[in-house]
Each structure stands twice: as C-alpha cells, then as structure tokens.
Write a new protein. Structure first.
Length: 416
C-alpha cells in the first residue's frame, strides 16, 4: 500500500555506520554470563522453575507460562480475556496483530499521536480487550489503563519492548491484568528468544510451568552468536568495520523496508522455549536492573542535553524503561534519513521500526477509521541506540545528535 515515489524514499532504512561506535542491540553475553547460561542449561528443570518463580514474585502474579516467543505469550493472554475483538494501536509491530488473529479475535486498529498516545477511547471499549504496547516508549498504562477499565475494556499489558528489570515489573504488582514478556535477541534483556505470560487468572487454557518439559535440545547457535557479537563490540575499529562490511553482503540484507513489509499475517510459534533460551534469561535477569538503570540514565542525560539544541527534531517525552532507544520526531519527512546519515558518519547507529499496520495488506481491513496521526508520524520517527555498551556514552550521543541536526540544516539551506 505504498502510493508514490516520495513514500518509497521514506522507506529507506537508516544508514548503518561503516565503522560502528555502538550497536542498536548490543550483546550482554559476557564470559561470566556465558558460564551462567551454560550451567543453567545443564539443569533445565531447575532453571525453568527458578526463572518462573522470580518473574512471578517480581510481578505479583501467581502463574507464569513460559512460551516459545513473545507473540505466543500474547496469544495466550488474548485467549484468556475471552474477547472477540482486541483494540490496539496501528503504530505497532505486525507480531501483535498476528497474535490477536491467532487467538481467534479481530484486531481493531486505532490512531496514535506521539504526545497523547493511542486513541483508544475513539472506539467503544466495552467487552473488548485492549493491548498496551507502549509505542515510542510512552507509558500507556499510566495514561490510559484507568479510562479503559472504566469503560468496560480489559487490559493486556505487553512489555515486549520494555526493560524486564525487577523494578519495572514491580510497578504492576497491583494491576489486575495479564503481562506479556519477550526475551528475543533484539529486546532490552538481550536474551536468545522465548517469552512469558504472567497472570493471576484462575483459569487458563495454557499449560503451566512445571507441566511438561522444555523444548528438547534447542539450537545453541544464538548463544555462540551473542558471544561473538560481544567480542566484536569490544574489538578495535578495524575489526568492527570489517565485520560490518561482511554483514552488509549477507543474503537478505536490504536498504529499504519496502523489501520486508508483510503480505500476509505471520504464524505464531507454539510450544515452550528451548533450554538455551530459558538459561540465557535466567542468567541475564540477574543484572537486568543495573543495565536498565544505566540505560535510563543515558536516556535522561541525552534528552536534557539536546532538548534545547535540536531544531529539526525533538525527543519524545518517553519513559526511559519502556523503549530500547531514544525516539526522535522530525518536523517533516525527509529529515530523518539525512539525520541518520550524519549519525552513521560518526559511527552512531539508528533505526526506525514502525510502519502503520492499517497500511499493510494483511491488516488494512481492521482499521477503525482514518489514521491521520500515524500517517503523518511514521516517516518522521527515528530511534537512536542507548543501551549500555563500550564507547557509546551520553556525551558522545548528545554531541553526535547536535552535529547531525546541524548537518540537516546545512543541507536544507544548500537546496534553498
């Protein structure tokens, strides 16, 4: 559903640094965490039950269902609500809509504004489930949960993009809603895959942890890849540059999102996580709080340093715990790519993730109405990495962003 050549140019990905200073999803697999993961994988039942107990305690829930993926956990959460229709923001990952469809429910897509958040109350919520995904790092629970429940909606809190630090989970101990977690490689925890549903519901069709076993075997390749990525991130610049050149020649590499827009709804992988996935989460969760604290501090320092300096864009007033990066919104389309190019020249990675679901063929029929907010917003959003890693300091990020802003102004002035 791409309408013109101008929109095609907006689908270009942010350039990747030829000599990376940092990474969008840095590996957390240190030697110590690798050893802890290997030890936990050797005792899969112990790792599984221990992980489930810790997640239940942090979130104040009495049940934890470990799943093969975050979207599988979301499917179970939707089934648990019993709702035939599920309201969600159109500014979302297709996996969220796929999980709703897999649960046998109908998605209802609503518009989104980067200040007010999703327009949940633009539709009737009575008897419907509402999935909160904290798009752009906005705290949708604080802004919308009370109103949703007052009008008869049933909240499902999807924390797939949020930090899985214990202090984050504890925010929702008194919230009577299911919580969905995801532990994929690109998530803030930095795991190898899998997900979890945390709930206090008395009845659920999902198997509980402790019933059955983990997926046997499991591919350890993601663990080896995480170790290599950690080593590369600490390597000299010439090594990082060589690795980047190699990755840009791998099959499937693309410079435009147009090559990756789905043409049909995706399938949801059923079953339980592998022993390696559970073991990595168990090991990484031990230091999740310190990593989340460091990322949040970087977020706030950068935002305060650049807020008065940037003229082409502004940081979203997001909760630092609810997004993996710092979200910038530009004044007009076209500036995002120029800004990202200038960042890449300084070795700073950036990306953009969102393309409105109502513009994609598998989900267009579920739009609740016109989506002017999301249509205007998606070409103007850029995510800058903030997760703790070597060299990518708050000072470096702020200086790179201010320099990129200046570069965009100069290029625009040259055109005039």
């Amino acid at each position: 559903m791409i309408h013109d050549q101008a929109e095609m140019s907006d689908l270009w990905y942010a350039p990747v640094p030829r000599r990376p200073v940092g990474y969008l999803h840095p590996s957390r697999m240190t030697a110590g965490r690798f050893a802890a993961t290997a030890c936990a994988a050797a005792r899969p039942w112990h790792a599984r039950t221990g992980l489930a107990a810790r997640l239940r305690e942090h979130a104040g829930r009495n049940r934890c269902v470990l799943t093969a993926s975050g979207r599988a956990a979301l499917e179970l959460a939707v089934r648990q609500t019993g709702a035939a229709e599920v309201v969600m923001s159109t500014f979302n990952c297709p996996a969220v809509a796929d999980a709703v469809l897999a649960a046998g429910a109908r998605p209802v897509l609503v518009d989104l504004d980067h200040v007010e958040g999703p327009a949940f109350t633009s539709v009737d919520l009575d008897g419907r489930a509402v999935v909160l995904t904290n798009a752009l790092g906005l705290d949708e629970w604080r802004a919308h949960a009370e109103r949703i429940e007052e009008t008869g909606g049933r909240v499902v809190l999807d924390l797939a993009q949020a930090s899985v630090a214990p202090r984050v989970l504890r925010r929702f101990r008194d919230a009577a809603c299911p919580i969905v977690l995801s532990f994929g490689e690109g998530k803030q925890l930095g795991g190898l895959g899998g997900g979890a549903l945390l709930t206090s519901a008395q009845h659920t069709s999902a198997p509980l942890v402790g019933a059955g076993g983990l997926r046997r075997g499991g591919d350890s390749a993601p663990l080896r890849r995480a170790v290599v990525e950690r080593i590369v991130a600490h390597a000299p610049g010439v090594v990082r540059a060589a690795v980047q050149r190699g990755q840009s020649r791998t099959p499937g590499w693309s410079y435009t999102k147009a090559d990756h827009l789905p043409t049909e709804a995706g399938q949801v992988t059923q079953g339980e996580p592998s022993r390696w996935e559970v073991a990595s989460v168990a090991a990484l969760l031990r230091t999740a709080s310190s990593v989340a604290d460091e990322a949040a501090l970087t977020h706030e320092r950068v935002r305060s340093a650049v807020a008065a300096e940037l003229t082409t864009c502004q940081p979203v007033a997001a909760d630092p715990d609810f997004g993996p990066g710092i979200e910038l919104v530009f004044r007009r389309p076209g500036q995002r790519f120029l800004f990202a190019w200038a960042l890449a020249e300084r070795g700073v990675p950036s990306t953009w993730n969102y393309y409105p679901l109502h513009r994609l063929a598998p989900y267009a029929a579920f739009a609740a109405g016109p989506m002017p907010g999301a249509d205007a917003l998606w070409p103007r959003v850029l995510t800058v990495a903030k997760q703790p890693q070597p060299r990518l300091t708050a000072r470096l990020l702020a200086e790179a962003m201010v320099a990129a802003d200046r570069s965009v102004r100069e290029q625009e002035a040259g055109r005039d």
